[in-house]
Structures are given as C-alpha cells and as structure tokens.
Design a protein around this ligand. Structure first.
Ligand SMILES: [Mg+2]
Length: 375
C-alpha cells in the first residue's frame, strides 16, 4: 500500500465558551489544528491531526505546515504506509524536533494500517484492556461557586470526574476553592487540578500543603516546564500525586523525570508527544518506572482524540480519576463523529478499523484556512 498523495489543511473552529487557562496561556476562544489526509494506491485514506498551541510546546501552525509540506511528506511519498516503525526513523532522520508534525503523519499511518487489515489500532497494538474509559470534564480558572454550577449541570449527563484549571488566581484562593468543592462533593466526584506552569516553587508547595486532606487526587504541572527540580521538591512535600504535562514532551523528558523521581504521573497526549509510536514509548517508560499516566488532551478535535483513545485502550496504568477525551464537546463544531463515542461520563472503545473515527470532508473544507498538496 504505497503513499501517493499527502494533503495538509489548517483549520480553525471556535470554542463553545471561551476557556480561561493559567497566567501562561490566558483565555482561548478558537482552536486551531493541522489535519493531514494521506492517500494510497489502494484507494484507502488515512487521517492525522496536529494541535499546536504555543507556548505549550515549540510547535506552531506555520511551522507544522512547513515541516510536513517541505520535509516530512516528500520523505513518505512512495513508501509502504504499513511500515510505521521504518517511516518514523525516516521522518526523524530528515527533520529534528517538530513532534506534532511527525505525530499527525504517524496517526495517519496507523489509521491506514488498521484499515488495510480491517482491524482497530488497539488490535495492532496488542489488543484492548478495557471497553471504556472514565472522562474528566474541565473547569476553567474560577471559584468553587462557579465550578459547582458546571459540576451540577455536567453530573446530569453522567460526568463524575472534573479537572480544575488553576495557576491564574492567588494560591490562597485556589486552596479555598478546593476546600469548598471538598465540603460539597466528598466521596461524590473525582477532582484533579492543572496549574499549567502558573506557579513558582513556593506557590506550588503552599498549594499542596493547603490542599492536604482535600478530595484533590492530582496536581498537574505546578511549575515551569523546565523546572524538573521544582516538580521534585513539590512532590516530596505533597500527599497529592504530582503530574508532569508540559515537562514531558519527548521520550528523553520522560526518562529524566522517571530517573529523578520528580513526579508520580505522566500526562500523555497523542499530538504533544509526536503520535502513537512515540507516545507509546513514554507509556512504556512510565510502566518500567512504576508510574501512572493520565490520557490527556489539549484543544483537540476528533482525530487526535480517537488516536489517544486507542492508546488508552491498550495501556495498563491509567490513573483512576478520569481522562481527557471530552475536548470535542467544548468546540462549536467538529469535523469528525468522535463525540458519538462519549456518553454517561465515559468514552467507549469500539472495534471500527483504523483510528475508528469518520472524518467529514465537507466540514474540513468549511473550516479550512489554508491547505497544500504534496504528490
Ligand atoms: Mg495540562
């Protein structure tokens, strides 16, 4: 099954409600993605998605488009789409970095390989360990009273796990917020927090001390991505699990965090980590180190989410407090049918071949800002 044509499309779709993140990321109103369509001489088509959100990682939309158009796509033309491991090496050899650009093509190769064998990607990866994964719903940077409104509304549709965005308001206000939610929801919901690099080491330490004994099960990325020593210091003072997200982009990052015993959990993302091939190695490093992982997302559409669902299906040490497969629910629209997988607070794993998601081409055209073809 030879690759004959690769199309890259930059799309943008507004969020249903603006999303208040940390001091580092501000408030986001629109989500951008780069979608690739990989065509083959068999007639089968595979899809991948990249989700650059600077300064989350070094990836940008223009950089991702250029990396695919000028470097990665030409290196894949004529190759057998099923030789994913070999093609990963070729992509790494022709261009340093650019994990999201490589990730979108890696997803498309898995999609094609699964489709060509008539099996889901989780079967290619050794078979699923579960049929559904608990969803965690995000709470923007806010107060306990505002959170409760969203929690009450979402509980009606089955959500029982929530992720509070922090790192924007004073730490004392966040401790009060967690205390308010603990008083109201003890033993009723799972709660995790994500500070998105918003705190200093001292603020992070003050937070985990103040939140001790609360219902909070995990604190993600309290300090800057490159402050691994800070993560370790906060972890040593915390009774709550500490997770790395922005700090774990590459496999080398994962090894360093594991060797330094800096965190308890890795936040794994199909686009951030460079596709399924590379994300799977990060999961393997966590397994070897006895760490757990949270299957997580950025502002993503259905292809990246479907790829991550395949990885969640086959990975053993998922944290019990919920995973981020609800990104498409926060968009005004999606160009896939992924949200049909979500219901009663769970993401369902199916046996549909490939990544298991249908892409609506007319919606890709509707939301396209620019595109290119390499053939
Ligand atoms: Mg995060």
């Amino acid at each position: 099954m030879r690759i004959t044509k690769i199309t890259g499309i930059h799309i943008s779709i507004p969020l249903s409600v603006p999303y208040k993140l940390s001091r580092v990321y501000g408030t986001v109103t629109d989500a951008h993605a780069v979608v690739v369509r990989v065509e083959t001489d068999s007639g089968l088509v595979g899809y991948g998605e990249a989700d650059p959100h600077p300064p989350f990682t070094a990836d940008t939309v223009p950089g991702t488009l250029e990396a695919i158009r000028d470097h990665l796509a030409p290196s894949l033309l004529g190759a057998d789409a099923c030789e994913i491991n070999r093609l990963e090496g070729e992509m790494d050899a022709c261009l340093d970095g650019h994990l999201m650009a490589k990730g979108t093509l890696d997803m498309a190769l898995f999609d094609l390989t699964g489709k060509s064998h008539g099996i889901p990607v989780h079967a290619l990866l050794g078979g699923k360990m579960r049929d559904e994964i608990l969803l965690s719903f995000p709470l923007g940077s806010s107060t306990a009273a505002d959170d409760m409104q969203i929690i009450e509304e979402r509980r009606k549709s089955g959500f029982r796990s929530f992720m509070a965005k922090m790192g924007r308001n004073p730490v004392n206000a966040e401790i009060e917020r967690v205390a308010g939610l603990s008083d109201r929801y003890a033993n009723e919901i799972h709660l995790v927090a994500d500070a998105n690099q918003g705190w200093t080491r001292d603020e992070g330490e003050a937070f985990v001390k103040g939140a001790r004994g609360s219902i909070l099960e995990l604190v993600e990325q309290p300090v800057a991505a490159d402050d691994v020593e800070g993560l370790k210091r906060i972890r040593e003072k915390s009774s709550i699990a500490i997770s790395a997200d922005e700090s774990v982009v590459t496999e080398e990052d994962a090894l360093r965090l594991a060797c330094m015993e800096a965190v308890d959990v890795f936040s794994v993302k199909a686009s951030k980590n460079g596709g399924l091939t590379k994300a799977r190695r990060i999961v393997a490093i966590a397994d070897a180190a006895g760490l757990q992982y949270r299957m997580n997302s950025m502002l993503e559409f259905g292809i990246t989410q479907a790829a991550l669902l395949q990885l969640g299906a086959v990975s053993k040490a998922l944290i019990p407090s919920g995973h981020a497969y609800m990104s498409t629910l926060r968009m005004a629209d999606d160009f896939t049918d992924f949200r049909g997988r979500l219901g009663d607070g769970y993401a369902r794993i199916t046996d549909t071949p490939g990544l298991g998601v249908t892409v609506h081409e007319e919606k890709l055209s509707q939301y396209a800002l620019e595109s290119f073809v390499v053939q």
